[in-house]
Write a protein that binds this ligand. Sequence first.
Ligand code: ZN
Length: 170
Amino acid sequence: MREKLTAKAKAAPRARATDSRAPLAAFLGEVLVVCPRCAGPAVSKRRDPAARDTLAPRRLVCRRCGHLQESRPPSVSGLARTGHDDYFRLPLWLATPCCGELLWAFNARHLAALEAYALADLRERRRDPAQGWSNQSLASRLPKWVKAAKNRAEVGRALARLGARLAEAG
Ligand SMILES: [Zn+2]
């Protein structure tokens, strides 16, 4: 199975796509998406919790209705930009329109990282070694519109909406 996956991954032009997802890999442990059955909050996790491969098979479990679904390896990547996850192609639970774009996060920790960045002085790039991620690498990957001073108020409101949405996910 693994060989097959690897061969498939090699056949497809994945290298660039994998790179583009790498800074976000630390946040892929748990991804909140919209359940395809009840529209409730569902969690996508690697089937093998020890797996570190971003292509590792995942399992979706709905917190509301118990819907269970297994993933196939993603044939595309970067769907988060469109507000969807790469594995199930379901809408991300944490996504909201903002500044004519889409502001999204995979999970609570990712949202907290975005908030920490957005609320900090825009020029100050803080690090939190205890969290095991570098705010700097996340910050350098944020699109310009998130970082633009003129968008700060709207980004703040969008983050608040995502916070409420997160609370709704329980
Ligand atoms: Zn459900």
